[in-house]
Structure formats: structure tokens, C-alpha cells
Design a binder for this molecule. Structure first.
Ligand SMILES: [Zn+2]
Length: 440
């Protein structure tokens, strides 16, 4: 896809550099080929005029579960164990069409708030991939691999063998998808995926050149359970089994200690910080600042809408900075530029892709912001405003791989969203009934 985004007042090529004034961005074949002043459109290339606008790299949401968009607002106030049990049950009540509709809802909301890529950990990769093609978002689909179910008090029961689950992942890895979809292996984390499954999944993903995405240390419970079951700790077991490396991104890490943080830095693994979800479920505050200072690559995720609710990466950047400052009683931890790097270039590094900056050869994923929106005024502190005050309302256009997927603040492919609303209205009645039956 070819496109010239012309003559923007401000163009932020990289979150850590000052924006250029009066510059254009040329995208050819889906990637940025040139960015700067005086760049002209070759003959036949579409032009998006950006006078009075700012252009910034598209934001990357590194952790969610889009199906939970169907459950948004249903499970507030539950402690994590009950929340997991209930959300699992509601998951079971949803079919493929409903998973597609929930993903369309979440991806549309993401795009309208400036996220151009999303890492979605789901079992129904097919539904997610269809929703991505139907909205235009770039999807990193982490196939949610499980082989164990918890029965009662720390009783663990095997659902199926490691090999059975690996063969499902393998068949997905062999698929060709419509649109911009890339598969990751996503063993969900101990205990729903056994350590044997995580070890085997990581080894096979590495052989295939695929990335691995897991949950890690969201609460202290799983580490305790691992030790009770005779393993080393939750982190230590993964380290001993060779799961850690630049291929790995791990969501949450709220309860990681200094040894584990040093390990993530040493192995080049990524911590995906999910501050809103951690706060809402009362799981605590992740040591994101300590991780960054210790050289860990830290990216950012909203988590699923049954815990994090919002798909807005603008809010997530704000939460990442504010919560660390509140917890550490200091105005220094996580500057606006650091929060923006977490939501852009750090995610690119986690995925091993040229993603999150508008450099030549990098993905042509960008957001055009209306500088006339009051939430971006005054316009001279673009990065600070983007992180601390920007409203999704200021997102005027969104470009993914050179394709305009949001224009005039509206989804270019609005038909899928209307269809998704219809599907979800019916699903919702059933889910509310399910929840109330369980509580009654
Ligand atoms: Zn999650």
C-alpha cells in the first residue's frame, strides 16, 4: 500500500526525539520509505493532507484478550481467583461468531484511540484473524495454549497431552491469513499451561522463528502453587527450562523479585506492563520502573476488557506513568517519552519487528492527530500531551501498513462493527443470565 501523508505541522519520527516541523511521510509497499521536509508523492500515490495535524507512530497494545469485550462490565469487584473462574465460565458460553464480534469491537475501539497493532492472546485465532482483516488492525495472534485445569483446592488435572496442544499450534502456524496477521505461541502461564508445555512451546516456537507470549507473576499465588507442587518458583522454573530469551514477552510481572527482573534483562526478554488491569483487579503495582532502570525491555498492554475494560493505549500510557509515580512518591518515574517508547519501539523490539517508529524500512503504521483538539493544546509539548491529556477524540486518521483504516475519526470499514453490535446484543443477554444464575 502506497500513501503520502503530506505537510503535517509536527511529525514524531521516534518517541525519544523532538518532532519535525512541516514534514511528510511517504509509505510504499506498506513500509516507510522517506520521512522529512519536502518529500513529494510519486505519480499515482494517494495523498492524505495533514496541515494542522501531528503525525505520530501507531501505538502497540502488547497484551489483551479481545473475547472479553463481550463481558465488559460484568465481573467488577471479584478477587482474581473468582474472576478467573467466572471469566472462564463466560468464555465457555461464547461461540466463534461471538468471538469474532468481540474482537471487532475491541480492535475498532483500539484503532479509534490510535493503536495500530494488538497482541491478542486467544484460543480462537481464526475469529481474531477474521476480525483483524475486517477492521484493518495489525494482529499478533498469540494462540492461548493450555493443558491443565485447576480442580478445587490446588488440584491440577490434565486436559490433554503437551503433544496434542503443540499439534494444534503447529497447524495454526502453517496457516496463511488474510490481512496483517502474525502467529505467536501463547502458553498462558502456570498452572493452566504446565511447565512441560511452556518448555516445549518455547523450543518449537524458536525453531520456527516465532515469538512466545505468556502470563507471569500476576499474583503471588502461582509461584506458591509451583513450589507446593515441587517445582522451583514460577520464574525460576521457566529460566531452568530455557523459556527465557529475546523471543519471550511476559505479561504482568507484578510480583517479580529482583532476581527475576535481572534475569529478564540478562536474557533480553520483555515485560509487558498492564497497569490498569493490575489496579482494577487489585493485584498490586508491577515494578515497571525498577525493570526499566535495570535494563529490561518494558512494553505496555491494556489486558482484556473484562479486567482492563478500555482499549485505549492513550489511557494506558497515562496509567503507566501515573501509577508508578503515585506508588514511588516521586514525579520522576516513567516520563512521557518513556511511556510512549513502551507503547511503540519497545513493543517492536519485543516482537522482533521494525515497528513503532517512522524510520525508513519500518512499518507504515501511523496516527494523524488533530492539533485543533483542546486536549492537545498548547501544541508545543506534543509527547507530554499525547501521554497525559490526549483524548481519543483527537485521533483523526489511522494508517496501518500504508492503508487508511480510520478517516475523519471514523472506521473506514464500519460495516463489520455494526454487524458485531448485533451479534453481541444477543450474546450479552445470555452472558448476563449465566452470571446471575451462578450468583443466585
Ligand atoms: Zn491476560
Amino acid at each position: 500500500m502506497d500513501l503520502l501523508v503530506r505537510d503535517a505541522d509536527l511529525v514524531l519520527l521516534d518517541p525519544r526525539r523532538p518532532p519535525l516541523r512541516g514534514a511528510s511521510v511517504l509509505i510504499e509497499g506498506g513500509v516507510v520509505v522517506e520521512a522529512g521536509r519536502g518529500v513529494e508523492a510519486p505519480r499515482g500515490v494517494d495523498v492524505l493532507e495533514a496541515k494542522g495535524r501531528a503525525v505520530v507512530p501507531g501505538l502497540v497494545n502488547m497484551h489483551t484478550h479481545s473475547v472479553q469485550a463481550a463481558m465488559r462490565g460484568l465481573l467488577d469487584g471479584l478477587p482474581l481467583a473468582a474472576w478467573l473462574r467466572e471469566s472462564d465460565r463466560l468464555y465457555g458460553a461464547l461461540g466463534g461468531e461471538e468471538a469474532w464480534a468481540a474482537a471487532v469491537l475491541f480492535y475498532a475501539d483500539s484503532l479509534l484511540c490510535g493503536a495500530t497493532s494488538v497482541l491478542d492472546m486467544e484460543r480462537d485465532v481464526e475469529a481474531a484473524a477474521r476480525a483483524a482483516a475486517d477492521t484493518g488492525i495489525r494482529l499478533y495472534a498469540a494462540y492461548a495454549m493450555v493443558d491443565t485445569v485447576e480442580t478445587g483446592r490446588s488440584g491440577l488435572e490434565r486436559l490433554w497431552s503437551v503433544e496434542e496442544e503443540l499439534s494444534r499450534a503447529r497447524s495454526l502456524a502453517g496457516r496463511r491469513w488474510r490481512g496483517r496477521v502474525e502467529l505467536l505461541y501463547g502458553p498462558v502461564g502456570y498452572p493452566s499451561s504446565s511447565f512441560d508445555l511452556m518448555e516445549a512451546a518455547a523450543a518449537e516456537a524458536r525453531e520456527r522463528g516465532l515469538r512466545v507470549h505468556i502470563h507471569l507473576a500476576e499474583t503471588p499465588v502461582n509461584d506458591r502453587l509451583a513450589r507446593l507442587q515441587g517445582y522451583r518458583g514460577e520464574y525460576e522454573e521457566l529460566e531452568a527450562r530455557g523459556v527465557l530469551g529475546p523471543w519471550l514477552s511476559a505479561a504482568h510481572g507484578v510480583h517479580l523479585d529482583g532476581y527475576a527482573l535481572a534475569g529478564l534483562a540478562k536474557y533480553g526478554a520483555t515485560l509487558v506492563h498492564c497497569p490498569s488491569s493490575n489496579a482494577k483487579l487489585g493485584n498490586g503495582v508491577a515494578p515497571a520502573w525498577e525493570a526499566l532502570r535495570g535494563g529490561v525491555n518494558v512494553a505496555l498492554g491494556t489486558d482484556g476488557p473484562a479486567s482492563g475494560d478500555s482499549a485505549s493505549m492513550l489511557w494506558e500510557m497515562r496509567a503507566a506513568s501515573l501509577i508508578q509515580r503515585a506508588a514511588l512518591s516521586s514525579p520522576r518515574p516513567i516520563s512521557a517519552a518513556e511511556a510512549l517508547a513502551m507503547a511503540t519501539v519497545n513493543a517492536g523490539r519485543a516482537l522482533g519487528r521494525r515497528l513503532g517508529a517512522l524510520r525508513p524500512g519500518w512499518a507504515g503504521d501511523l496516527v494523524v492527530l488533530d492539533l485543533g483538539d483542546p486536549s492537545l493544546q498548547p501544541v508545543d509539548s506534543l509527547v507530554e500531551n499525547l501521554v497525559f491529556s490526549a483524548s481519543c477524540r483527537a485521533v483523526e486518521a489511522v494508517v496501518v501498513g500504508g492503508e487508511v483504516v480510520v478517516e475523519g475519526g471514523r472506521l473506514a470499514r464500519a460495516g463489520a462493527l455494526q454487524q458485531a453490535y448485533r451479534v453481541l446484543r444477543d450474546a450479552r443477554e445470555r452472558l448476563v443470565g449465566e452470571r446471575d444464575a451462578a450468583q443466585g
